[in-house]
Structure formats: structure tokens, C-alpha cells
Design a protein around this ligand. Structure first.
Ligand SMILES: *Cc1c(COP(=O)(O)O)cnc(C)c1O
Length: 393
């Protein structure tokens, strides 16, 4: 007898995926219909409109790529970069490194602008790189660096890129829905995100948006896009406004129901209210963590509300703590990556996970385990600090 798979019910407070609310899970279970069915096509148009709202853009090319955030990243690079191009890539964590990989695999040159992990992208270094490389075509950077919890100044970086005649590619996988993001107002040319972070949808889809300037570049390439699947010239035959909805690939029908539902939830809450909720809950988590004696990696002004990287008390094996949180409390938090591996925990408050009850669970569980392990923390201070912060408007 082969058994079905029945996962435990966890509370997801890591770097993603975040908790998927029952409403979205039940949307997945609705009847599968054809991906060219008129009802489905109507829903696709609604998804586009709702994504335009989430991204704060009027861009016609605003669609979910049928694959996870990494494919959205690849979609931006593979469509906009050609062999021989020069791309400035800002790296202040894991994901800038992946942008570099994308650029180099396309036969283009990546000019790296590096900052310490945990810091925002330094605009003055980018300005210098642009001066040194006047033939640069694209500036690429991560808005919300999930590996460290640092937020970078998208508007300033876009302004700078445009002053030098460049377009921008922005990674907003962790920022979309969780912190302020305004594609049109900030002048972002191409952007990609993911569904499993602050949208609290299931993993596996990647919303992207290209403005007219970026679309022109895609249409006027000297060479074919090297990926057939991600070639937007072809994908838009299915997703485009006046497209004949020609078959390109079978859309992930049920996953798109889930995305639709998550965007309806976001629209009904209101984008700004969602940003405010993420901030409010971040402040409550922070109050508790600091009362316990843990410290943030990122300076206050550059901190993301949805991803909190904090130090580990002296002498504590961080992996043991995470394993106990999972086994004893069904609670997942994230480990450090790269230069922060073994040095920090990453506590996510993304989308549906960003709730007061989760903060109270996380801090009481963390306190119980750390004090049981004899760690040097303040016992008894965190919960009152969280409650006080949650009650502040
Ligand atoms: C999660 C993440 C990605 C990758 O998304 P996947 O869905 O895991 O492929 C890319 N960039 C950032 C900033 C992320 O947090």
C-alpha cells in the first residue's frame, strides 16, 4: 500500500514560502478548466489588472511567468541582455550573485558593484561605476535582499541609471506586497517577483512587468532570445492584450487561481494597508527580539519589515535551535546564508505570516528553547514588549 503525502501544519516564518491562507489553498482545488477556455482567459485579464495594482504600474506587459522567482529573474535577463552587452550588477547578498551568473551565461559582461552583506546598495559606488563604464546598457539590483534583510533605494538607483542612459532590472521577489514599491513612479524598467513571499500564494509563479522602453528593447533585439520558453516575444502571443491567445505552453491553471485569490485578498486589504501591517508587525517582533537581547544585522533605516536577520547568542548552536523550533513547535525560521551562515537567524514576517499571533508564538518558543539551552538572554521581557508594541497603533 502506497500512502498519500500529508505534511504537518507548520507556521512559516522563514525567508519564504510564507503561510498560505486556507482561502488560497481552496482556490487551488477549484475545477481545472482549459487554458484557452473563455472563462479562464477572463480570469487571466483580471490577474493582469490585479498585478498592475500590486506593482503600481500601467505597464501592459505585466504577467505571471509560469515558474518560480528565479525564472522571473532569468526572464528579465534573457530578454533584455544580448552577448557583448555591459550590465552593472549590484551585489549585497545572495541574489546579486545570481544576477551576475545570468549576465555572464548570456555572454555579456557584469560590472560588479559590491557592498557588505547586510548593507543597502551604495548609490555613490553605482554612480562611479556608471562614470567608469559609459557604455553600460543595464543596471540591475535587488530591492529587498532576502539573504540579509536589507532594503535598497530603488528610486535613487533608477534615477541614476536613467541619467546615464541605462535601463534597470529590479528584483522585487521579497518586496512585492510587503513594502512600498511603485514601479511607474520610481521609473523601474523591468521587474520580477515571486508568489510565495509577501503575496502568500503557493510557490511556482513569478510576476514580471516591463515598461514600453524595455518592451522596445525586447522587440528590437539583434539576436533571438536564447530561451525559447522565456522569450517574451512568444509568451505575449498568449498573454498579450490583443493577442490571439495562441498556445505557447499550458498555463498552470490552478496555480493561477491561487494567484488570483491572493491578489484579491491584497486588493481588498489595500496595498498601503498591507505595507503598514508589515511595518507594524516588524516593530512588534523587533521589540521582543531586542528585549530578549538579540541584535539586528541591518541598520534601522535600511531594514526590511518582512525579513528580520538577527544575531545568535554566544555559544548557541543555531541549527539545534531551528530543529527544535520545527520539531517542538512546528515553527520554521531561516538560517543565515553565505557570509552570514551560522551567524544569524532570518525571521520572516511575509504576507499571511505577518500576524501578531505568529510573533508571540515565535518569541515564546525561542525564549523557551534558548533558556533551556542555558543561553545568555533576558528571560520574561520579550512577550510584554511584543504585546505593548502590538497594541500601539
Ligand atoms: C526567493 C527569492 C528569489 C528566488 O525566488 P524562487 O521562487 O525561490 O526562485 C529571488 N530573489 C529574491 C530576493 C528572493 O528572495
Amino acid at each position: 500500500m502506497t500512502n498519500s503525502f500529508n505534511p504537518s501544519v507548520r507556521t512559516l516564518m522563514g525567508p519564504g514560502p510564507s503561510d498560505v491562507p486556507p482561502r488560497i489553498l481552496s482556490a487551488l482545488a477549484r475545477p481545472t478548466i482549459g487554458h484557452l477556455d473563455p472563462e479562464f482567459v477572463k480570469m487571466m485579464d483580471e490577474v493582469k489588472g490585479l498585478l498592475q495594482y500590486a506593482f503600481q504600474t500601467k505597464n501592459e506587459l505585466t504577467i505571471p511567468v509560469s515558474a518560480p522567482g528565479s525564472a522571473g529573474m532569468e526572464c528579465c535577463f534573457v530578454n533584455l541582455v544580448e552577448a557583448g552587452d555591459k550590465v552593472i550588477v549590484c551585489q549585497n547578498g545572495v541574489f546579486g550573485g545570481r544576477m551576475k551568473e545570468n549576465v555572464e551565461r548570456l555572454g555579456a559582461t557584469a560590472i560588479m558593484v559590491e557592498d557588505e552583506w547586510g548593507q543597502a546598495v551604495d548609490t555613490s559606488k553605482v554612480a562611479q561605476a556608471l562614470k567608469n563604464n559609459p557604455d553600460t546598457k543595464i543596471v540591475a539590483f535587488v530591492h529587498a535582499e532576502t539573504s540579509t534583510g536589507a532594503s535598497s533605494d530603488v528610486k535613487a538607483l533608477c534615477d541614476l541609471a536613467h541619467q546615464h542612459g541605462c535601463i534597470t532590472i529590479v528584483d522585487a521577489v521579497t518586496s512585492l506586497g510587503g513594502s512600498e514599491l511603485k514601479v511607474d513612479e520610481w521609473g523601474i524598467d523591468a521587474i520580477y517577483s515571486g508568489t510565495q513571499k509577501c503575496l502568500s500564494c503557493v510557490p511556482g509563479l513569478s510576476p514580471v512587468s516591463f515598461n514600453d522602453k524595455a518592451v522596445e528593447i525586447v522587440k528590437n533585439r539583434k539576436t533571438k532570445v536564447t530561451s525559447w520558453f522565456l522569450d517574451l516575444n512568444l509568451v505575449m502571443g498568449y498573454w498579450g492584450a490583443n493577442a490571439k491567445r495562441a498556445y505557447h505552453h499550458t498555463a498552470p491553471v490552478n496555480a493561477l487561481y491561487a494567484l488570483h485569490e491572493s491578489l484579491v485578498i491584497l486588493k481588498n486589504e489595500g496595498l498601503e494597508n498591507s505595507w503598514k501591517r508589515h511595518k507594524h508587525n516588524h516593530l512588534a517582533l523587533r521589540a521582543g527580539l531586542e528585549a530578549m537581547g538579540l541584535e539586528f544585522v541591518v541598520t534601522e533605516n535600511d531594514r526590511l519589515p518582512q525579513l528580520n536577520a538577527v544575531t545568535i547568542p554566544e555559544g548557541v548552536d543555531e541549527a539545534v535551535v531551528r530543529a527544535r523550533l520545527l520539531n517542538e513547535y512546528n515553527l520554521e525560521i531561516g538560517a543565515g546564508l553565505g557570509s552570514l551562515a551560522g551567524k544569524v537567524w532570518r525571521i520572516g514576517l511575509m504576507g499571511h505570516s505577518s500576524r501578531g499571533e505568529n510573533i508571540l508564538l515565535c518569541l515564546s518558543a525561542l525564549e523557551a528553547i534558548l533558556s533551556d539551552m542555558g543561553a545568555n538572554i533576558n528571560v520574561g521581557a520579550a512577550i510584554p514588549a511584543v504585546q505593548k508594541a502590538l497594541n500601539q497603533s
